[in-house]
Design a protein around this ligand. Structure first.
Ligand SMILES: *Cc1c(COP(=O)(O)O)cnc(C)c1O
Length: 366
């Protein structure tokens, strides 16, 4: 039996009747952008997170770009972030005309290291983007403690972490701003692209409301913000997302159970992330091993499909190489050592066991 890395069809087919009903309703309404479903989804996500302001936008990368535009100034044009999170923040920062500094990771979690962050901060820095990678909450409190005295904004990238919470509250409620992606593979996925920004600050909310629609602030057709864009979440996606938000916690529980199974079954040669604590929603199940290529071949032979998140760190991508400043030993140590395992709520128990069994026998025959 082949275990797919992901299969978006399973959820879509299981939900087909409801998704078709929603589609027909939106078609019949004749309202396709910024209508009642968009307003409802913004309220639904605000209630779910306990954050007063949610702004729907067209993608997670747009959410990052608009959040960065909202806090950067000509004197503060540097963004600090990690280099192992797929490059979305780098892409958004460059689109917003900003520069980057890359920060190294905690070796246990592969999330931002506050100790490595401290020497990177100064009065040129507009924002630190904290990526809650693989579905686990990073240490936002420690990052905030470093940033606040310097007037630096903290932006949580929650694209992989919607639904996680720790002692300080939900992911997305802890920084000055938080960004979300509803790309189809995310824990809350649309049937297309989508994104959102969360904030408790009414001034930042008003700024982003203007930036997402051409720079219109007080009335339509009057441009007041020079950095305005068009970045909207459409009515169909918003309606699908309100429905799927009601299923999110169940899906996240299933993802966590799958990762716990992998972690318990895996051979001592494999470490499985995120580590099992309350603060993760299992977006990705990542195996760390000395030779990820050998593990990949072992799993492939057992019919299991895998992927790598992410194969090339940002500071080794050609367009961003010039942002490299100091060494990033933990980030660089991941080269050839990480492998993502199948992890989505619709995996069957038999498939999960097949992956667990293959993880348990890795290295036994070598
Ligand atoms: C998917 C993702 C994004 C980008 O979201 P898009 O909607 O694809 O633009 C940003 N950050 C992280 C961590 C992601 O996983």
């Amino acid at each position: 039996m082949i275990v797919p890395f992901n299969d978006l069809k399973r959820a879509a087919v299981a939900q087909a009747a409801k998704l078709e009903e929603i589609t027909a309703e939106v078609i019949g309404s004749g309202w396709f952008v910024h209508g009642p479903h968009h307003a409802q989804f913004e309220r639904d996500l605000a209630a779910y997170l306990g954050v007063p302001h949610i702004l729907g936008v067209a993608s997670g990368t747009d959410a990052l770009e608009l959040a960065l535009r909202a806090v950067a100034t000509p004197d503060r044009d540097v963004v600090v972030t990690v280099a192992n999170a797929g490059g979305y923040t780098s892409c958004a920062a460059v689109a917003a005309g900003l520069r980057l500094r890359y920060c190294d990771l905690e070796p246990e979690t592969l999330l931002i290291s506050p100790a490595a962050l401290e020497p990177l901060l100064d009065e040129r820095v507009a924002a630190v983007v904290v990526t809650h990678l693989y579905g686990r909450i990073a240490d936002v409190a420690a990052v905030k403690a470093l940033c606040q005295p310097l007037g630096i904004a903290v932006i949580e990238d929650c694209a992989q972490c919607l639904g996680a919470r720790n002692a300080d509250g939900p992911a997305g409620s802890q920084g000055d701003l938080a960004t979300f992606s509803f790309y189809p593979t995310k824990n809350l996925g649309a049937l297309g692209d989508g994104g959102a920004i969360a904030t408790s600050d009414p001034h930042l909310a008003a700024k982003i409301r203007s930036l997402r629609q051409y720079g219109w602030r007080t009335e339509k057709y009057r441009v007041e913000d020079p950095a305005g864009r068009n970045s909207r979440l459409d009515e169909l996606q918003a309606a699908y997302l309100s429905f799927r938000l009601t299923l999110l916690d169940d899906g996240n529980r299933r993802r966590r159970d799958i990762i716990s199974h992998y972690a318990a079954a895996a051979s001592p040669l494999i470490r499985v992330l995120p580590v099992a604590d309350e603060a993760h929603v299992g977006h990705l199940a990542v195996a760390v091993a000395d030779d990820a290529e050998a593990l990949r071949a072992h799993l492939e032979a057992a019919g299991i499909k895998t992927d790598v998140h992410y194969p090339v760190p940002d500071h080794e991508q050609a367009p961003w190489e010039h942002f490299r400043s100091g060494p990033l030993p933990v980030t660089e140590s991941l080269r050839g050592r990480i492998l993502s395992l199948p992890c989505f709520p619709e995996l069957t128990d038999a498939e999960v066991q097949q992956v667990g069994a293959a993880l348990s026998t890795y290295g036994a025959t070598r």
